[in-house]
Design a binder for this molecule. Structure first.
Ligand SMILES: NC(=O)c1ccc[n+]([C@@H]2O[C@H](COP(=O)([O-])OP(=O)(O)OC[C@H]3O[C@@H](n4cnc5c(N)ncnc54)[C@H](OP(=O)(O)O)[C@@H]3O)[C@@H](O)[C@H]2O)c1
Length: 336
């Protein structure tokens, strides 16, 4: 029996939401997190401060306890600052992840994984977040100019100092995960992953399962595409950052719309939204710990949070898997 209210989660359901442990840290998180890139307003359009604050509030009111931020979410750390403003008074209810190792220079993202940079950015994030600890601190991406062992040693130093409670690595290959883990124990890995972009299943995901490292995936909705609300003839604003990704272009776009058409009857049958079908499928995948869902308006994160209150039936999962196979391989590209 599927219970899939789109927006409103009652108190009883909230109290019984399943939590998942980040590796063996004792830190327990909801399988849906709020991804805070959109509220920072860098590439997402029509972002307002009022909506961003309301979205953070709505996430927590919908039962989400996990927020994903980064030093570079916002040209001046807007995401960390908004979290402190909206939810500072509820700090002890929250698990806050943020990242160091990428900053902005003249509108361009620059990777810098040097030890002194990571130590300084961690201190700046603690100040921006108005907190005495970061629950999970990631290296945002390996920096090709800095030995990975140097970045990992800096993260270990932060862990030993008690400034951060656990360590993660994002946008890394299997070899980089292993190299980092040899210097500093990894609790989490953050790659992109969704129904149509599943490259990690062949390499990084089995490594994480084998080593007990949690997997927090980004782009579960492929930047809104898999929410199924963008019509086939959608006209992208020239400033819309999504236009640069192959999945939003030409033949790929048409094939993705065909794929969404195959998901719609399942959403209808489950009396829910396509976004919830996609997210529920994602958090049921073996080895996937959390789906980091970006949102810039309260109703989006309320919809997404409801995806952790019910389960697709095995026959629905089988039909989704057939639709994925029929869609075939997609043209992918990484975020950084
Ligand atoms: N480690 C990394 O390098 C990295 C890279 C990228 C992202 N991330 C993290 O992962 C998070 C998720 O990625 P993302 O935010 O880029 O993409 P996403 O979660 O796949 O998609 C978010 C976008 O989808 C749309 N949306 C969300 N919920 C919806 C709903 N229920 N119905 C309709 N539309 C909905 C909104 O876009 P519109 O309203 O504009 O349509 C929203 O901004 C980020 O916020 C960030 O925390 C990490």
């Amino acid at each position: 029996m599927l219970v899939a209210s789109v927006c409103h989660i009652d108190l009883e359901t909230l109290m019984t939401l399943p939590l998942r442990e980040i590796a063996d840290t004792g830190i327990r998180v909801t399988p849906i997190a709020l991804g805070c890139w959109p509220i920072a307003g860098v590439t997402s359009l029509n972002v307002t401060e009022a909506n961003s604050l309301a979205t953070l509030q709505a996430a927590v009111d919908s039962g989400i306890n996990f927020l994903d931020s980064a030093y570079c979410y916002g040209l001046h750390g807007e995401s960390d600052l908004l979290i402190a403003r909206a939810l500072g008074h509820r700090r002890d209810e929250l698990v806050i992840a943020t990242k160091g190792g990428i900053h902005w220079e003249n509108g361009i993202q620059v990777k810098d994984g040097r030890s002194e940079t990571l130590l300084r950015q961690c201190d700046e994030s603690l100040t921006r977040l108005n907190t005495d600890r970061i629950d999970l601190f990631y290296l945002h991406a390996p920096d090709p100019k800095t030995p990975l062992a140097e970045s990992a040693a800096a993260m270990k130093q932060l862990l030993d100092a008690g400034k951060i409670r656990s360590v993660g690595l994002s946008n890394a290959s299997r070899e980089q995960l292993a190299e980092f883990h040899a210097v500093c124990p990894l609790a989490a890995y953050q790659p992109h992953y969704n129904m149509l972009q599943r490259e990690i299943e062949a390499s990084q995901l089995p490594w994480c399962v084998e080593h007990g490292v949690s997997v927090m995936i980004y782009w579960p909705l492929m930047k809104g595409l898999l929410a199924g609300k963008l019509p086939r003839d959608f006209h992208f604003d020239p400033k819309d950052g999504r236009r640069k990704y192959p999945m939003f272009q030409g033949d790929e776009w048409q094939k993705n719309q065909d794929f969404l058409d195959a998901l719609r009857p399942i959403a209808l049958e489950a009396e829910t939204t396509v976004a919830q079908v996609v997210l529920n499928w994602t958090i049921q995948r073996a080895g996937i710990t959390v789906a980091l869902c970006g949102a810039k308006r309260p109703e989006q994160i309320q919809d997404n949070a409801a995806a952790m209150t019910w389960s697709l039936a095995p026959d629905q999962i089988a039909r989704i898997d057939q639709a994925i196979a029929a869609r075939g391989p997609v043209v992918s590209r990484a975020a950084v």
